[in-house]
Write a new protein. Structure first.
Length: 142
């Protein structure tokens, strides 16, 4: 695995006001290099390959990352939270979750008009994020 406490990771944590620890650096590294959103158990298992990280630490770190807009959280069809890294300047994007294999696929980012459309649906409220998950059967399972 690439060095999890690289200068880039340290800087990103510093910019968000998050104290850099071995566990936080490792979890951010895993999320930044993941091909798809991950649940807590998958993140915990992956982090255990490198160092001993308590499951409670994983939950707390993900909560902090979410509060600081480093990760996006959405609920999968099984009810488990899924997390993915949000690159700087990234725009919200929907997900597709296969009902057969449970694979989660990131879809193209929403365009400005799409995001504006969803935001205007809640006119008298403040929208902080938009989460859209499409469920069905993926191409591989058809």
């Amino acid at each position: 695995m690439v060095c999890m406490n690289s200068d880039e990771i340290k800087e990103e944590l510093r910019e968000k006001g998050i104290k850099n620890t071995r566990a936080k650096g490792l979890l951010l590294h895993i999320l930044k290099n993941a091909d798809a959103p991950m649940d807590v158990n998958s993140l915990h298992a992956e982090s255990q390959k490198e160092t001993s990280v308590n499951l409670v630490t994983v939950y707390r770190t993900l909560q902090q990352f979410h509060e600081k807009a480093l990760v996006q959280e959405f609920i999968g069809k099984d009810g488990a939270s899924q997390y993915e890294y949000i690159p700087k300047g990234s725009i919200a994007h929907p997900h597709f979750q296969c009902e057969t294999c449970n694979r989660v696929i990131c879809l193209d980012e929403l365009g400005f008009d799409d995001a504006l459309y969803f935001s205007t649906m809640a006119k008298q409220h403040r929208v902080n994020s938009i989460n859209i998950t499409l469920n069905g059967v993926c191409e591989a399972c058809l």
